[in-house]
Design a protein around this ligand. Structure first.
Ligand SMILES: C[S@@+](CC[C@H](N)C(=O)[O-])C[C@H]1O[C@@H](n2cnc3c(N)ncnc32)[C@H](O)[C@@H]1O
Length: 215
């Protein structure tokens, strides 16, 4: 576990990809309604920190001692071939370091590991039932996504919010889909099996699935 400190700040955020901005209008509508003051966030899949920086700026209230725990290998998934992931990790640290500097009550804690191992370690360290919000955006392989959901759900407090990105993402061309290579199969399986412990949120996003933990 590593903390990003403000003295790593190197200037304005630098992002080379944007997989997050399309979700901002739906998040800005959703959070004030269902999760107005989250203090503890778990993010699975952080990449260059675009979503992390957004949460630091817009989701964690500046007057709370907020924490974002970022789980990522910073090695990329199967869809990230050709991306220099060491440079991605450097950009993550610079971007998040610069943003944390503007929010001195917030901390970002890195768990640089496979999510299957990092989430188990969070359980072992007593983080069960402590997160207000879990954002699942790591591996897009169905088996990995299912494991991320099953392992992170008990880390969420009752009443907590979970959002899964890329619900309808697929890597292959239409007609050639490999459903084991999509998050949807896992999100559908998890939400069906856990249906008595969650409440789906009706919101204007088809690209992401969102639900509250009820029990
Ligand atoms: C789509 S990116 C995250 C994007 C980020 N949330 C954003 O909106 O900018 C997915 C990330 O998950 C990480 N990842 C993929 N498989 C993983 C695994 N099994 N365990 C941990 N991290 C993983 C990759 O290294 C990559 O940085």
């Amino acid at each position: 576990m590593q903390a990003v400190s403000e003295n790593e700040a190197t200037g304005a955020p630098q992002f080379t990809v944007d997989w997050f901005s399309r979700s901002i209008p739906a998040w800005k509508h959703l959070f004030p309604r269902v999760m107005p003051r989250p203090a503890r966030i778990l993010e699975i899949g952080a990449f260059e920190g675009r979503s992390t920086c957004f949460m630091l700026e817009h989701i964690l209230p500046a007057d709370l001692d907020g924490e974002i725990h970022c789980v990522d290998t910073w090695e990329g998934g199967v869809e990230h071939g050709g991306i220099a992931m060491n440079a991605v990790f450097d950009r993550f640290r610079a971007n998040v370091g610069a943003t944390v500097k503007r929010f001195p009550r917030h901390k970002v804690i890195l768990h640089r590991n496979l999510s299957s191992l990092a989430l188990r370690a969070l359980h072992a360290k007593g983080h069960g039932g402590t997160f207000d919000f879990v954002y699942v955006d790591g591996s897009h392989q169905a088996a990995d996504v299912l494991e991320d959901l099953v392992l992170s759900f008990p880390l969420l407090r009752n009443g907590g919010l979970m959002i899964c990105d890329d619900y309808i993402w697929q890597r292959q061309r239409p007609g050639e889909e490999d459903i084991l290579d999509t998050p949807k199969l896992a999100i559908d399986a998890f939400t069906n099996i856990f249906r008595r412990r969650i409440r789906f949120i009706d919101w204007p996003s088809t690209y992401q699935a969102a639900f509250l933990k009820t029990v």
